[in-house]
Ligand binder design. Structure first.
Ligand code: SF4
Ligand code: MSK
Length: 674
């Protein structure tokens, strides 16, 4: 019988590791997975291609008469666009409905995370839990005024400090109220610059309460309700603001109060942080309520003895996605990888347990875990998996320590059960993470003319050309981390300081861009000089997806410090999500835009099938809010568009000339030293 030649990678429709990722560890693990016959998302992306109409945003399945699919004619739209669904919904209506449903999904995810944290905070304030306490009183006192909670009392003609427990309880109750209060507007919107608040008021988009804005999107997008793309986007804008300046900001602040405000901390990143001779417990998801407890219990003598008895040399905690960013920024727990590396962490054969909470958890990790000894533990009542090998331990904040110990012990007990050969890629990089509004103020602040004075001064004198927020996911439809790294490198090369969160932060950490030494290698001369003088990296990691609220507040502080206009939209600043994929990214993108930021997305955007609607987002939004959307899949062009916008803003502020002078100064200095 004639022996069949082995099928090539292409014939088997397997991913080409070189084409799939720019990261060496990821490539090694894709090869390893293919050797072991374990399918990953990289292979599935080869086997299944996306639907064109869906990715253009013009497929509607909002009722049982659909899906109604409105492809964009190859020749484009000439004359009137008469495409419509069965009910008559136009391409604009369908794309706008889909777009704001994505905002609703994203805002709901962030805000429900925030609600959970607020509930735990209330438990702590009521002293119903031993595990959770107010850790950062300063932060509590700094946010109390936004809830109209007094921090002092008048007695006998004297001003006295109010009891912290009383303040915590009042803040907790008022914070929870933000999700469902019957009247008024979200309290945190007042933290925006006055000019921005006035724009929101004028446009009628001040969020009333968080839940209501999300529910109203679901109502308006039901068949036969709102059929005007502009009116639909008005509600999308209101819900996105409720996310950025509401649910996400509350999540960040209350987490800081409970677990501590992050300050710069050194750690490592990439799959190489796993250790063969250690118990490896990988934490994945978004809510730090459980992971904080795990970090606490692994340090107890009881667990350390337990680990010793298992024969392991120790216990290595590491993280994936934003739970990882949370415990990185507060405890220095290393990052194991980005969204696209979750299956690969298990394929190392060294992951004794992976514990997940909510969001960005691929169901396929349960199938991958079946091929190894890894215990996969779900912990959240709203996030379970159907596969029978998944263990569900429902986390209850009232028994937080007990639950966390149980989970850690499962990982330790499983160390002895490793069955396949362990293969951990050696690649990892050092990083400094844990930046925030407070630490930027500390590192770049001055003592006069406002706390962000030094930062503003360096922007005005042109050493720093502008500020970019680069955030968001990985997307298996594009080369893993290529866009993240290329966009960030192009920005810092052109003296734009980068604030990062989410998987972009992890990608930058893996690439070694989060160290002060990076400045001398990749930055333009102005930014390099600033970073070297104050000892910060040119890319500042501000945390998880909800921590994009830190970027909004940092921008508000820059406005407040003066000299750069009256609103966020006046700043030489831009936003980016080079490899976005989640609905949360759309919500983030839109609250950036509604806050006045020019925001560029990579890969694709589900609006291209409705050109009029696209133009509304890409051009007309600027007239209302000062910010607008853009799409640019090519990473270098993507960054250059951001830089062009930054330069446009510098010119409008009249600071474009100062920048030219600085460059001449630098060149002169080089000649002098040469
Ligand atoms: Fe089709 Fe209209 Fe139903 Fe959408 S709502 S599926 S466009 S009939
Ligand atoms: S984890 S939302 S893949 S950034 Fe926040 Fe990464 Fe995007 Fe999830």
């Amino acid at each position: 019988m004639k022996e069949e030649a082995p099928k090539s990678q292409k014939e088997q429709k397997l991913a080409d590791p070189m084409a799939a990722s720019v990261d060496a560890a990821t490539r090694e693990m894709i090869v390893r997975a293919q050797e072991l016959g374990v399918e990953t998302i990289f292979d599935r992306a080869e086997k299944m291609k996306p639907c064109n109409i869906g990715s253009q945003g013009t497929c509607c399945k909002n009722c049982g008469m659909g899906p109604c699919r409105l492809p964009l004619p190859k020749s484009g739209i000439e004359g009137e666009d008469d495409r419509k669904g069965l009910c008559g919904a136009s391409a604009n209506t369908i794309a706008a409905r889909n777009f704001i449903r994505m905002i609703a999904g994203g805002a709901a995810a962030h805000s429900d995370h925030g609600r959970c944290v607020a509930e735990v905070f209330l438990t702590a304030a009521r002293k119903e839990s031993e595990a959770y306490k107010v850790k950062d009183e300063q932060k509590l006192l700094s946010i109390a005024p936004y809830f109209n909670v007094a921090t002092t009392v008048e007695a006998d003609g004297k001003t006295l400090d109010r009891d912290v427990d009383e303040i915590a309880l009042e803040v907790a109750e008022k914070a929870i109220n933000e999700w469902g209060k019957p009247d008024g507007a979200l309290l945190y919107t007042k933290r925006a610059p006055e000019a921005l608040y006035e724009k929101w008021e004028k446009q009628g988009v001040l969020p009333r309460n968080i839940d209501r804005e999300i529910v109203e999107i679901m109502h308006r997008t039901h068949i036969g309700v709102d059929q005007d793309y502009k009116n639909l986007m008005k509600q999308g804008t209101r819900a996105a603001i409720a996310d950025g300046w509401g649910g996400s900001m509350l999540a960040t602040d209350l987490q800081d109060v409970l677990f501590g405000t992050p300050y710069p901390i050194q750690s490592e990143a990439n799959l190489g942080v796993l250790k063969e001779d250690h118990v490896n417990l990988v934490i994945h998801g978004h809510e730090p309520v459980l992971s904080e407890m795990i970090v606490a219990v692994v340090q107890t003598p009881e667990i350390q003895e337990y680990v010793k008895a298992s024969g392991a040399k120790g216990l290595q905690l590491s993280g994936i996605c934003c739970t990882a960013n949370e415990i990185l920024q507060r405890h220095g727990v290393p990052l194991c990888g980005t969204f696209l590396q979750q299956e690969l962490a298990i394929i190392t054969g060294a992951c004794d347990a992976m514990v997940v909470d909510i969001q960005c958890i691929m169901q396929n990790i349960a199938n991958v875990a079946k091929c190894f000894h890894t215990k996969l533990i779900t912990t959240h009542p709203i996030a379970k998996m159907e596969q029978e090998n998944v263990i569900h331990i429902e986390f209850d904040e009232h028994y937080a320590i007990e639950d966390a110990k149980r989970i850690v012990k499962i990982a330790v007990d499983n160390f002895a059960n490793r069955k396949s050969e362990v293969m951990i890629p050696r690649h990892k990089n050092t990083q400094i993470a844990g930046f925030g509004v407070e630490s930027i103020e500390y590192h770049l602040g001055g003592t006069f003319r406002g706390s962000y004075y030094t930062l503003n001064d360096n922007i005005i004198n042109g050493r720093i050309r502008g500020i970019a927020g680069v955030v968001g996911c990985n997307n298996a439809r594009t080369r893993h981390n290529e866009g993240h790294i290329a966009v960030v490198k192009e920005l810092i090369k052109n003296d734009v300081i980068v604030l990062t969160t989410g998987c972009n932060g992890i990608a930058c950490a893996m690439e070694g861009l989060l160290t002060p030494e990076t400045a001398g290698v990749y930055c333009g001369p102005g930014l390099a000089e600033v970073c070297e003088t104050v000892g910060i990296p040119p890319v500042l990691h501000l945390g998880s997806c909800v921590d994009n609220s830190r970027i909004l507040l940092a921008a508000a502080e820059v406005v407040k410090a003066g000299g750069l206009g009256k609103d966020i939209s006046d700043l030489p600043a831009a936003g980016s999500a080079p490899e976005w994929m989640s609905e949360k990214a759309i919500s983030i993108g839109h609250y950036f835009v509604a806050s006045g930021v020019y925001t560029v997305f990579g890969v694709t955007l589900p609006v291209t099938g409705a050109p009029v609607f696209q133009k509304y987002l890409f051009e007309e939004f600027e007239k209302m809010y000062g910010g607008m959307w853009d799409l640019e899949p090519d990473p270098v062009l993507h960054a250059r568009k951001m830089i062009a916008h930054i330069d446009k803003k510098r010119k409008a502020l009249g600071i474009d000339k100062t920048r030219e002078r600085v460059l001449i100064d630098m060149a002169d200095r080089r000649t002098m030293s040469g």
